[in-house]
Design a protein around this ligand. Structure first.
Ligand code: PEP
Length: 249
C-alpha cells in the first residue's frame, strides 16, 4: 500500500548536541497520523536518535551505506551496522553521492541488493541535471537511472522500495520544480515501473519529490496525484519547518 512519507535528509549537518536539541523539540510535536515521518541524521548520531525516539513515531534512517556486507573498506558503514543501531531504511543514490562520490548505476544496483538482502527499505533517488532538462533528455535519463539501479529486483522486493525524484537543479538552490513538472515526472516514473513490472506494483510504490521543498510550497506539490510526499534537505533542519511540511497533505 502506498504510504505518505516526509523524510528529512540532514546531510552533513548537526553534531550530537544539535541532534539532541532537534530531537527534544521534535518529541513535543503532534505527528500527523497518516504520514510516515523519517529523519536521516549523520551516522555518528543514528544510535542516539534511535534510542531517543523509541517511544515516538518518527523513524530514524541512514543517508548511505556500503554495498559490501563487511571487509576492508576503511571509513565505510555496512547494512548490518545500520540495522544494529536501529536504522532499517537507507537513502541510496542521492545526487550528491552520484556527483561527489562517483556512485554510478552499477554500484547503486549492488547497494540496492545489499539493502534488500539485509531486509532494509531503500529510498532510491533519481534526478536529472538542468542540462538534461534543457536538452529534453530528462525522461530518458530517469528511465536509465531506474533501469540501472532498480529494474533487476524481484516483484516482491518492491515492497521495500521508495523512490525519490529529485531534480538536481532544484536541490539546495531554492529553485523548485513546479507542481506540474513534479507530477509529470512522477507519473512517468510510475508508468515506467508499470511497463517493467505491473500496474499493481507501480500503484503501490511511494514516490517522493525532493528539491527545495519548503512550508510554503509543500502542499501544492504534495497535492499532485502521483506525489506521495517529500525528501527534504534544508527545511528538515528546523523542527518548525519540517513539521509544517509534514502537515502539508
Ligand atoms: C535533498 O538533499 O535531498 C534535498 C531535497 O535538499 P533541499 O530540500 O535542501 O533542496
Amino acid at each position: 500500500m502506498r504510504k505518505k512519507i516526509v523524510a528529512g535528509n540532514w546531510k552533513m549537518n548537526n553534531d550530537l548536541a544539535e541532534t539532541e536539541l532537534f530531537l527534544e523539540e521534535l518529541k513535543k510535536q503532534v505527528f500527523p497520523e497518516n504520514v510516515v515521518i523519517m529523519i536521516a541524521p549523520a551516522f555518528t548520531n543514528l544510535n542516539h536518535a534511535f534510542n531517543s525516539l523509541r517511544q515516538h513515531p518518527a523513524e530514524v534512517i541512514a543517508q548511505n551505506m556500503h554495498q559490501s556486507n563487511e571487509g576492508a573498506f576503511t571509513g565505510e558503514i555496512s547494512a548490518k551496522m545500520l540495522k544494529s543501531v536501529g536504522a532499517n531504511t537507507v537513502i541510496l543514490g542521492h545526487s550528491e553521492r552520484r556527483a561527489y562520490f562517483n556512485e554510478d548505476g552499477a554500484i547503486l544496483s549492488e547497494k540496492v541488493n545489499t539493502a534488500l538482502e539485509n531486509e532494509m527499505t531503500a529510498i532510491f533517488c533519481v534526478g536529472e541535471e538542468l542540462k538534461d532538462r534543457k536538452n529534453g533528455t530528462h525522461f530518458q535519463l530517469i528511465k536509465t537511472q531506474l533501469s540501472e539501479g532498480l529494474f533487476h529486483i524481484s516483484n516482491d522486493a518492491w515492497e521495500n522500495i521508495i523512490i525519490a525524484y529529485e531534480p538536481v537543479w532544484a536541490i539546495g538552490t531554492g529553485e523548485t520544480a513546479s507542481p506540474e513538472q513534479a507530477q509529470e515526472m512522477h507519473k512517468f516514473i510510475r508508468k515506467t515501473i508499470a511497463e517493467n513490472y505491473s500496474n499493481k506494483i507501480a500503484e503501490n510504490v511511494s514516490i517522493l519529490y525532493g528539491g527545495s521543498v519548503k512550508p510554503d510550497n509543500a502542499s501544492e506539490i504534495f497535492g499532485q496525484p502521483d506525489v506521495d510526499g517529500g525528501l527534504i534537505g534544508g527545511a528538515s533542519l528546523q523542527v518548525e519547518s519540517f513539521m509544517k511540511i509534514a502537515n502539508s497533505f
